[in-house]
Design a protein around this ligand. Structure first.
Ligand code: JA5
Length: 244
């Protein structure tokens, strides 16, 4: 997979792309990252990329021509264009999985009040938000998207972890995890994890994942794949007739 990023802050991406799993994926040749400075495609000697909005009001809007020039010069139109914006469709695991199948993503980071609407429609195949909060620009959202998508590219995850075992793979939150020591600060590790009975461990983890999802993200239970006994357990929790 190839990922191009177009931004007025290319330096923002240095540490995330040079760290841990993303750096390893790039050094293994599984993914290529190319970060481009939008200002390099400005037409004037001041490298202007923004201007005031028609109709007045505060703030600035990213001009269309530097974006169009970057797309032309870098031949980005063949990739799948994504504009990171608070009014985009919310990023979720299903979207990350779908994007991980694309051979070429092009991420465009907005700034100020955003991008002129006309070039936005021309370069963006889709518009994505990472959540309902305001950012100063699209860079943090692009870094999040790169992480979520890249780890799903075949070969990127080691066998220490598998995308199939992720929290959210089955629409539930993760269970609690424990490591040594078996007693810490007066608290024992739950006995269900200690007997070496793998079936028992799997049952304990599943129930804990259900419980945690019930408590923190009940909305996820609407669409989760649950069997009849799991539905009954959740109904019992809802009635308050079982505690854990
Ligand atoms: C703000 C000019 O998903 C959260 C996001 C907030 C935000 C994004 S994505 N882009 C911008 C932006 O501000 O371009």
């Amino acid at each position: 997979m190839r990922i191009d990023v177009v931004t007025i802050f290319p330096g923002y991406f240095e540490a995330p792309l040079a760290t841990s799993m993303l750096a390893r994926a790039a050094s293994k040749g599984l993914v290529e990252f190319h970060v481009h400075d939008l200002r390099a495609f400005a037409a004037d000697r001041h490298r202007t990329v923004d201007d005031s909005p028609f109709g007045g009001g505060g703030g600035m809007v990213l001009k269309p021509e530097p974006v169009a020039a970057a797309w032309e010069a870098l031949d980005l139109g063949r990739g799948h264009g994504i504009y990171l914006t608070a009014d985009g469709r919310r990023l979720d695991q299903q979207t990350a999985a779908r994007l991980s199948l694309q051979p070429h993503l092009v991420l465009l980071c907005g700034h100020y009040k955003g991008l002129d609407e006309r070039v936005r429609r021309r370069v963006a195949d889709e518009e994505i938000s990472i959540g309902d909060y305001v950012l100063t620009g699209g860079e943090p959202a692009a870094a999040v998207l790169i992480d979520a998508v890249t780890r799903l590219v075949p070969g990127v995850l080691g066998n220490f972890s598998s995308a199939l075992e992720d929290s959210f793979h089955d629409d539930l939150l993760d269970c609690p995890w424990y490591t040594r020591p078996a007693e810490y600060a007066g608290e024992e590790v739950p006995p269900g994890l200690l007997g070496g009975d793998h079936e028992q461990v799997q049952a304990w983890r599943r129930r804990q994942a259900l419980r945690r999802t019930f408590e923190r993200r009940p909305d996820l239970l609407e669409t989760a794949q649950l069997d009849e006994s799991e539905r009954e357990l959740i109904d019992a929790w809802s009635r308050g007739s079982v505690n854990e």
